[in-house]
Ligand binder design. Structure first.
Ligand code: NAD
Ligand code: IPM
Ligand code: MN
Length: 343
């Protein structure tokens, strides 16, 4: 069955890296792609971030592939909030799936760490936490200003992401799940994470369930990443540690992600943003976007094709046929081509 994919290149380098991912998908076949122009240009021209029926449009596809949103001409970032965060919330994409896998020893930023040391998955809760936009500003712009941003943690929301982390570990033969929170300081919200984790881990006696405070976990990701197999954490902490995860893979340009609701239309995107300083220069690394397309095929059940893309990316990385950020000499388009010719 042909899968129908909607592609939103978005802003900045998003457009350039998605163009390469799209060419990879065409080379793989079995997909029908449609493109939407949503992003900063579209918003500045029309005043519309996402049309009223936009989420229904997205839901009518099998999957969404998106580049990045963020543009200096939209300092309030409202289009990214409506399109990117809006889709995560409206389509209830509660699993932010962010693998951290070093593809070549040469790319390790850590001395004496190799591929075998950096291979884990982060599950970031993707529909609540500090991202829900609950709060407000009182007397803004004055010396009496009060700014409130509430963190929402629900039993259902925490339970389903922690459950997903354990289920993923079990399905993939992994033996360790580490939950990270800040329950020593956030004694209300993160006490709920503690309760849920303790409740669920007894159902997974085959898996070693550990806990770390997020500050210590950030330190251990750098000092001893080999200890991790599956990490599960909240929305904001997951955002922050997956940029560290990007660095562990050789740079943010390498990191892929999926925003998933199992069984429903899900959205795939590189972890990086629109990188305005790099935009339009044919220098951005397309691997994060291409591996996100592979994650999309994996979630759509096309595991063989996903693995083919991963092998082609690894081949290009081993040969050094890559962009400058990871030590190569190729432009974005040429690096994409180097991957396609290895498919
Ligand atoms: P960024 O991820 O865009 O870039 C940070 C730095 O990482 C870049 O300057 C560059 O040095 C490096 N980098 C990122 N992607 C790369 C690639 N493909 N190849 C080579 N190097 C790469 O983060 P930022 O500068 O903080 O944010 C820029 C804009 O993007 C902001 O508007 C931000 O809100 C937005 N953003 C969007 C998303 C998204 O749409 N998913 C994610 C992160 C940031
Ligand atoms: C990400 C991005 C987004 C986030 C921004 C653009 C709102 O950093 O996908 O990692 O914080 O989730
Ligand atoms: Mn981020």
């Amino acid at each position: 069955m042909i899968k129908r994919i909607v592609v939103i290149p978005g802003d900045g380098i998003g457009k350039e890296v998605i163009a390469e991912a799209v060419k990879v998908l065409h080379a793989i076949g079995g997909v029908q792609l449609e493109q939407l122009p949503w992003g900063a240009d579209h918003y500045l021209q029309t005043g519309v971030t996402i049309p009223a029926d936009g989420f229904d449009t997205l839901r009518s596809f099998d999957a969404i592939l998106i580049g990045a949103l963020g543009d200096p001409r939209v300092p309030g970032n409202e289009h990214a909030r409506d399109i990117l965060l809006g889709t995560r919330f409206e389509l209830d994409l509660y699993v932010n799936y962010r693998p951290v896998r070093l593809l070549d020893d040469r790319l390790s930023p850590l001395k004496n760490r190799t591929r075998k040391d950096v291979n884990f998955v982060v599950f970031r809760e993707n529909t609540e936490g500090l991202y829900v936009g609950v709060g407000g500003r009182f007397k803004p712009g004055t010396d009496d200003e009060i700014a409130i941003q509430e963190e929402i943690n629900t039993y259902k929301g925490v339970h389903r992401i922690v459950r997903h982390a354990f289920e993923y570990a079990r399905a993939n033969g992994l033996k360790k799940v580490c939950m990270a929170d800040k329950s020593n300081a956030m004694t209300h919200g993160h006490a709920l994470w503690q309760r849920v984790f303790k409740q669920l881990k007894v159902e997974y006696a085959d898996i070693e369930a550990t806990h770390m405070y997020i500050d210590a976990l950030a330190m251990f990701m750098v000092q001893n990443p080999a200890q991790f197999e599956v990490i599960v954490t909240n929305n904001l902490f997951g955002d922050i540690i997956t940029d560290i995860g990007g660095a562990l893979q050789g740079g943010l340009g390498m990191a892929a992600s999926g925003n998933v609701h199992p069984g429903r239309t899900s959205m795939f995107e590189p972890v990086h943003g629109s990188a305005p300083p790099l935009a339009g220069k044919n220098v951005a690394n397309p691997i994060g976007a291409i591996l996100s397309a592979a994650l999309m095929l994996e979630i759509l059940g096309r595991t063989d094709e996903a693995a083919r893309i991963e092998r082609a990316v690894e081949g290009a990385v081993h040969a050094g046929d890559v962009t400058q950020d990871i030590g190569g000499a190729l432009g974005t388009a040429q690096a994409g081509e180097a991957i396609r010719k290895r498919l």
